[in-house]
Ligand binder design. Structure first.
Ligand SMILES: [Zn+2]
Length: 129
C-alpha cells in the first residue's frame, strides 16, 4: 500500500525542489551542489519550496516555435519565490489579471509532448493567488 511507486520515483517533476545552504541559510533554484557564497564551507541540503512568490516582471509572447504555437499568446514572467530565488516561468492567466508584484503560486502543467515517443512533459508554471 502507500504511495504508488510511480509518484515516488519522480518527485522533482511535481515539486519545486532546490537547495538550501545550511552554512549561510541562502536558498537556490535550481539545485546547486556548492553555495556560491560559502564555496568550500557550504553544506547543501535538498529543499522543497512552498511554491509562492511574486511577479518581478512579465511579458506576453505572441510569436514562438511551432511546438508551442497553439498556446500563443502566453505570458512569461520572472517569479521571485518567498524564500529568495527567482525563476523564469509561464504564468497561466489573462494579462489583465496580473501586474508587477502580483502574488502567484506554483502549479504543475503540461509543457510539451514528444510526438514520436508519446512522452508528455510536465513542469512548473505559476498562476495568480
Ligand atoms: Zn552558503
Amino acid at each position: 500500500m502507500g504511495v504508488p511507486r510511480f509518484w515516488r520515483a519522480i518527485p522533482n517533476r511535481y515539486n519545486l525542489i532546490g537547495s538550501r545552504c545550511t552554512s549561510c541559510g541562502n536558498y537556490y533554484y535550481p539545485k546547486r551542489v556548492v553555495c556560491p557564497h560559502c564555496r568550500r564551507r557550504s553544506e547543501m541540503t535538498s529543499y522543497t519550496f512552498a511554491g509562492e512568490g511574486k511577479i518581478e516582471t512579465f511579458t506576453e509572447v505572441y510569436v514562438t516555435s511551432t511546438e508551442f504555437e497553439r498556446e500563443v499568446p502566453y505570458i512569461i514572467g520572472i517569479v521571485k519565490l518567498d524564500e529568495g530565488p527567482s525563476l523564469t516561468s509561464q504564468i497561466v492567466c489573462d494579462p489583465e489579471e496580473i501586474d508587477i508584484g502580483t502574488r502567484v503560486r506554483a502549479i504543475f502543467r503540461r509543457i510539451g509532448e514528444d510526438g514520436d515517443k508519446g512522452i508528455i512533459y510536465y513542469g512548473t508554471k505559476f498562476t495568480p493567488i
